[in-house]
Design a binder for this molecule. Structure first.
Ligand SMILES: [Zn+2]
Ligand SMILES: [Zn+2]
Length: 191
């Protein structure tokens, strides 16, 4: 067990003739590592990069409260930077940041009145929505359909025919299906 100091789990491996290999293993999980540093870090306790508290999960780089605080800060920064409109100017459907839901604006306002949100909704970040319409792309569809066809098959169809197909697809999609998605450029002043 030579070369193992008190603080580290890194143990160097030696050749039969006693020469060091430069390869280390972690004395906890017994996995070999290419150098002393990675063997020492392997099963050593890890600490939050922000508050230095001991981490529960090995894949974490910061603890849950610090991760949450960072996410909140990102949300807040995005909110501070965005243009805002009044409730009257907002779209009927809105995106509520944090829970990521698309809801009717009236429901969100009702929730604020009912005290569903902390601070009377002052920290609620609500965004306008835009209507996204279903679109089908002729080139994409043909690319997919011709995947296993002979080389150059797409060119045999010709650009006029592709355009014809696009016209048909556009017509078929007209009024077919829409959904509301967040407009990340427009916030709604709730309170
Ligand atoms: Zn280990
Ligand atoms: Zn932390």
């Amino acid at each position: 067990m030579r070369n193992q100091s008190e603080k580290t789990n890194a143990v160097q491996l030696y050749h039969q003739d006693g020469k060091p290999t430069g390869v280390y293993y972690c004395s906890v999980c017994r996995g070999t590592r290419p150098n002393e540093e990675s063997a020492a870090e392997c099963c050593a306790p890890r600490h939050c990069k922000d508050c230095k508290s001991l981490l529960e999960e090995r894949w974490q780089t910061s603890c849950y409260p610090c991760s949450r605080a960072r996410a909140n800060q990102r949300e807040q920064d995005a909110w501070d930077a965005v243009e805002k409109v009044s409730v009257e100017e907002a779209t009927e459907m809105v995106y509520v940041d944090g829970d990521g839901s698309i809801s009717p604006l009236d429901d969100v306002l009702g929730g604020v009145d009912d005290g569903e949100y902390e601070d009377g909704g002052a920290h609620l970040h609500v965004y306008c929505c835009v209507e996204e319409k279903l679109q089908l792309d002729a080139e994409n569809i043909l690319d997919h359909a011709l995947e296993n066809w002979f080389e150059g098959s797409y060119d045999h169809i010709g650009s006029y025919a592709v355009r014809d197909l696009q016209t048909l697809l556009d017509k078929w999609c007209e009024g077919r299906l829409t959904q509301w998605v967040q407009n990340p450029k427009l916030g709604v002043r709730i309170t």
